[in-house]
Design a protein around this ligand. Structure first.
Ligand code: AMP
Length: 287
């Protein structure tokens, strides 16, 4: 595995590979890697001749009161993990390399980005889209790999790729969870022991709603109430930012499950914001 710091060097490497007829899979990350990230890299490894992982804590997607400065960083460990799962090129540009002083253009995503995370974190998805667009132009991969963990991010990026006629395809990989169900996240290290135990109440709440849906309940308010009840009892969150049954494609709230629904949630446990989601699959024929 080779570590690449400069955008022009990165592009030259992938272009040379492409001339040799090799296909390229790309996994963008902010580092502090865990099994969730590595599952994406392994998937890319299975499906492509060359695998690029980027490691870049993107300042553009953090709000002024968010954790940009304190976001966990460990480039040495990340490089070791990437090498172990078969990454070819680890692209880790500096912030000034991607955003020099005269940088001035950004992507403005549409309605998909307005709700949920977009409402909680103004400007967040503009920052995400801008960096993903830049990275896609540098790496020019056949396939971009994102995680279902950030379901809205995947939907917003998919819309950008469609709207900008991009040739890259998107592959969204399932959420990797800890043994107690908590979705792996770089920010889980912020949880203290007591909060970490409570945090497992979030996936249990989503699971409770999905079980109810499987038993035939299609009313979104009942499904949300079930999840909220478990969440309040078990996770005792400081705040529920949102907990909503949405259409998986448009992310608009639904009143009733017709086909598959997606239960999106963000809660605060202590000072840590946790994100999770789960598909709700209604029992066939149920009312
Ligand atoms: P991040 O480093 O948080 O920007 O995440 C980089 C990529 O890894 C994103 O596409 C995330 O959705 C994905 N990811 C993060 N956590 C998980 C997880 N627990 N399971 C699957 N994918 C994940």
């Amino acid at each position: 595995m080779r570590e690449v710091l400069r955008a022009d060097a990165m592009r030259a490497l992938v272009r040379r590979a492409r001339r040799r007829g090799e296909s390229i899979g790309f996994v963008p990350t902010m580092g502090a890697l865990h099994e969730g990230h590595l599952s994406l890299v392994r998937r890319a490894r299975r499906e492509h001749d060359r695998v690029v992982v980027s490691l870049f804590v993107n300042p553009l997607q953090f709000g002024p009161r968010e954790d940009y400065r304190t976001y966990p960083r460990d480039a040495v460990r990340d490089a070791r993990l990437c090498r172990a799962v078969g990454c070819d090129w680890l692209f880790r540009p500096s912030a000034t390399a991607l955003y020099p002083l005269d940088f001035e253009t950004s992507v403005r995503p549409g309605d998909l980005a307005a709700r949920w995370e977009g409402a909680e974190r103004p400007g967040h998805f503009s920052g995400v889209c801008t960096v993903v667009l830049k990275l896609l132009h540098i790496v020019e991969p056949d396939v971009l790999y994102l995680g279902q963990k950030d379901a809205q991010q995947a939907a917003v990026v998919a819309a950008m790729m469609r709207d900008f006629n991009m040739a890259t395809r998107l592959s969204v990989a399932p959420i990797v969870r800890d043994r107690d169900g908590l979705a792996l996240s770089s920010r889980n290290v912020y949880l203290n022991d007591e909060e970490r135990v409570r945090a497992a109440g979030l996936p249990r709440a989503l699971l409770a709603a999905s079980r109810l849906a499987r038993r035939g309940v299609r009313d979104a308010r009942r499904l949300e109430a079930e999840a909220r009840g478990v969440l309040r009892r078990e996770a005792k969150p400081q705040r529920i930012d949102y907990l909503k049954v949405v259409d998986p494609r448009t992310l608009a709230p639904v009143r009733r499950l017709e086909g598959r629904g997606l239960l999106l949630a963000s809660v605060r446990i202590g000072r840590t914001r946790l994100l999770d989601n789960r598909y709700l699959i209604p029992k066939r024929g149920a009312r």
